[in-house]
Design a protein around this ligand. Structure first.
Ligand code: ATP
Ligand code: MG
Length: 426
């Protein structure tokens, strides 16, 4: 085994990798398809730095969120600042908005393809460095923006033919709604404290809401008969959620209301959602997001409503690969030039460079070798054509062209080579 190995939970992405998540070409293809849809919906791309001041995350995600408690890659730089590799992209985007105010110029719908870093336990669909594609819609407070965002997420998965997915939907109301509910939930769980999981016992003091989506069996048992959030919503919040559901119905988008769905970060309010797929096992969520109307102000900006979601690219690729929906991409060479005489090597070289300048993908063998060996190389390059120059071709200023797909052969004058190749590949 080589001395240096990539870190656990990180992956090298290289051309033609067997696994879809490691194959940069399949990634790029999916990315290209997504960008097209995102642009059609009016989103423009943003990219923020890989590192931020740690406060950008601790002050927004919530001190008690999984990310802040145990998942951040934090270090002190040489200037003594605490910096963090970004574990999520929303807070950096909001930081950027507040810093540059690009929203004033009308930029309010953004998308990103970006890497995130979280120190969690690596497993299928869970990495320490992973990629997210996501959107943010700023300055639209109405329920239509929530549905616009959700409909886009659904459309993306449909366009990629991801197969059966489930849209889980809930509302977590306003901060006041939640405060009332948290009080009731805490009162309900306090007497059962001993039966809760260790993590949830801690959450009882710090982040009661998160107990709701705990996967621990004992927590789910303790939650039986617990108060439900929807009973604690103010009328306005209820009306808002009803409107979200109505608009989804109108678009014939199916959803399941999941009263226990809460998101892991502190900044969410009202609509929250997740889209799950069947093929991912424990890491079933591909897309997750919701509304976050207070974050912009909390980060020093104006009062500004916002809605967004993020999709894990690796989970997306795993789902697609599971269903054979992203087969390896062929990387074809148009013509592979084969010199069989010393005098032909420079001619092949010159032709190769010339063909490439004309947009033709040409490769060659740089020294004279047996024809069998050179044809084998042509095969490795997945060439459509082989252009062979031997003694006879040299004398007649010709190239013997072999079509490697159907094995037909033809002699072409060297000065006609480009035209001929073009006619064969278009
Ligand atoms: P989970 O409950 O699976 O940890 P999360 O709530 O932490 O997810 P978000 O912060 O909402 O996830 O991130 C949005 C999406 O990013 C997830 O739905 C998932 O597709 C992807 N994602 C999150 N964490 C990871 C990870 N460690 N590795 C790969 N993809 C991830
Ligand atoms: Mg997580």
């Amino acid at each position: 085994m080589p001395t240096f190995q990539s870190l656990k939970g990180t992956i090298d992405q290289y051309p033609g990798a067997k696994e879809a998540i490691a194959d940069i070409e399949r990634r790029k293809k999916v990315e290209g398809e997504l960008v097209q849809v995102l642009r059609t919906h009016g989103f423009r791309e943003i990219r923020t730095p890989a590192i931020e001041l740690t406060d950008v995350f601790t002050r927004t995600s919530g001190e008690e969120s999984d990310i802040v408690l145990k998942e951040m890659y934090t270090f002190t730089d040489k200037g003594g600042r605490s910096c963090t590799l970004k574990p999520e992209i929303t807070a950096p985007i909001v930081r950027s908005l507040v810093q540059h105010r690009w929203d004033i110029g009308g930029v309010k719908k953004l998308f990103y393809f970006d890497r995130c870093y979280r120190y969690n336990r690596p497993q299928k669909g869970r990495l320490r460095e992973f990629q997210q594609v996501g959107i943010e819609i700023f300055d639209q407070a109405g329920p239509a923006a929530d549905v616009e965002g959700i409909a886009l997420a659904v459309e993306i998965l449909e366009k990629l033919k991801v197969g059966k997915t489930t849209l889980l939907l809930n509302t977590i109301g306003t901060a006041e709604d939640r405060a009332r509910f948290v009080k009731a939930l805490k009162a309900f769980l306090e007497p059962k404290k001993e039966s809760l999981s260790e993590d949830s016992q801690k959450r009882l003091d710090s982040n009661v809401l998160r107990i709701l989506d705990s996967k621990a069996h004992e927590d789910q048992e303790a939650l039986e008969g617990a108060p439900v959030l929807s009973d604690y919503l103010a009328e306005e919040s209820q009306i808002r959620f009803k409107r979200v559901c109505e608009l989804l119905d109108r678009l014939e988008i199916q959803y399941v209301i999941e009263p226990k769905l809460v998101r892991g970060l502190d900044y969410y309010c009202h609509t929250v959602f997740e889209i799950t797929t069947e093929s991912l096992g424990a890491q079933a969520t591909v897309i997750a997001g919701g509304r976050y109307d207070t974050l912009v102000k909390e980060m020093g900006g104006p009062e500004m409503a916002a809605f967004g979601w993020a999709c894990g690219i690796e989970r997306l690729l795993l789902t697609l690969a599971d269903q054979n929906l992203c087969p390896p991409i062929r990387n074809r060479t148009d013509i592979y030039l084969i010199p069989l005489e010393d005098g032909a090597v420079d001619i092949c070289f010159e032709q190769m460079i010339h063909l490439r300048r004309q947009g033709i993908r040409a490769e060659m063998c740089h020294k004279v070798r047996a024809i069998g060996k050179q044809l084998k190389s042509a095969n490795q390059f997945d060439a459509r054509l082989a252009g062979i120059i031997g003694e006879e071709e040299l004398a007649n200023e010709q190239v013997s062209i072999k079509n490697l797909d159907n094995q037909t052969e033809k002699k072409v004058a060297i000065h006609d080579l480009q035209k001929y190749v073009q006619s064969q590949i278009s």
